[in-house]
Write a new protein. Structure first.
Length: 136
């Protein structure tokens, strides 16, 4: 008896599921009223064939990355701390270049090992964001 109840439940479930699968009729094309259609916000934002180019630093907060990864050694605002150098006053390009070189393992002085280790975990976007935050 249990098998019959289970089978009946399964058949009814499939039947109900099939009822919701009806194809919807295509809606008729809008009538031409002579008035041009007003483009929606999405249509005016970007043409359909435009390439998608993301701003490299748009999703990365340079201040937050700097605070998490750099401030402990270089100070809260890049003013330098102890024997660690001041970063304030460097250009964006110089900061990016330095971080890229450290990340690549280029020998750049007595603190290369520490900086290479720190920079190794940074993405290109994070490097650009840090440089944009600190650089002049």
């Amino acid at each position: 008896m249990k098998a019959n109840t289970l089978l009946l439940t399964l058949v009814l479930s499939l039947g109900l599921a099939a009822c919701g699968q009806e194809q919807q009729a295509e809606s008729p094309a809008p009538a031409d009223t002579g008035v041009p259609a007003v483009p929606t916000e999405v249509e005016t934002a970007m043409p359909a064939d435009a390439p998608i180019v993301a701003d490299a630093t748009a999703s990365v907060d340079g201040k937050a990355v700097y605070a998490a990864k750099c401030a402990v050694c270089h100070g809260k605002t890049g003013e330098g701390k102890g024997a660690n150098p001041k970063l304030l006053g460097l250009s964006v390009a110089d900061l990016e270049s330095l971080l890229m070189d450290y990340r690549a393992g280029k020998q750049m002085g007595p603190k290369t090992a520490i900086m290479a280790s720190a920079a190794k975990s940074l993405s290109d976007e994070q490097i650009a964001a840090i440089a944009g935050y600190l650089g002049e």
